[in-house]
Every structure is written in C-alpha cells, then in structure tokens.
Design a protein around this ligand. Structure first.
Ligand SMILES: [Zn+2]
Length: 137
C-alpha cells in the first residue's frame, strides 16, 4: 500500500548533526516509565529520577541514565497533526509517525547520571552507562 504524502507547507530546518529530518526528542524514564518531551528548560519525569533538557543549539539534549532518548520525526508529526485537524473522526495512514530510540552513540544526546530516589534499590551493574556515553571513549 502506498502512502500519500501530504504537504504541510512546513519548512524543515537542517540540524547541526546533518540529519535529513529534524526530530523532537522525548525522554523515557526506565524507573517509572513516564515519557517527557524535552525543552530548553529542565524537565523531570513523574518519579523524579530522570530529567533532561535541550542545550542552546536546540538540537543536543542532555538527559539522565538509565533511560531512553526517543525521537519523533517532525515532518511526520506535522502531517499527522494537519490530517487530524482536517478530519478528526477519520483514520488515515498519514496519522502514523516514525519514532525511534536514539542509540547511546548518538552525538546529539548526552547522558548523565540520574537522581537517587527514596524507594529504589541499588542499581544493578547492567544499568551502568556504556563507556561510549560516559566520556571515557
Ligand atoms: Zn521516573
């Protein structure tokens, strides 16, 4: 089945990392399973263990580990949003969006240690950040 591409009239801005598509980044907390959209202002998940924000380049995010950095393709979101606004009661394949988990090697995601919280037990060694994201490359 071929998807019909809908022009939204939204221009894409090239990112510093040279990606073809720009994306909004979300942070997933591995502890409380909350998902938070990141902004230049520091935001935290529901349990308070995870937090993150965008740096001044509006492309690089800093967020806590363990956790996931999730990208959503902005053009897909814009097209889905426009499609929904045009016909809110109709399903269309254009309502679907590409989303992905950024690998730990992604240059525009910086991981830092998460906040200790009262009700958690000691983190197992498997939750240690890989050397590639801890600055010991
Ligand atoms: Zn949390």
């Amino acid at each position: 089945m071929a998807l019909q591409v809908v022009s939204t009239g939204i221009r894409l801005r090239p990112s510093c990392a040279g990606h073809i598509l720009t994306a909004m980044k979300l942070m997933y907390c591995a502890h409380c399973e909350d998902i938070v959209r990141l902004f230049p202002e520091k935001r935290s998940c529901r349990c308070g263990k995870s937090w993150g924000y965008y740096l001044d380049d509006n492309a690089t995010t800093v967020q806590t580990w363990p956790g996931l950095s999730i990208g959503i393709a902005n053009p897909d979101f814009a097209a889905a949003h426009q499609t929904f606004l045009a016909e809110p009661n109709v399903f269309s394949p254009v309502l679907s969006m590409r989303a992905w988990i950024n690998p730990a090697s992604e240059v525009d995601v910086k991981f830092v240690e998460g906040e200790p919280i009262a009700d958690e037990q000691a983190e197992p060694l498997a939750d240690e950040p890989p050397a590639a994201i801890s600055g010991r490359s």
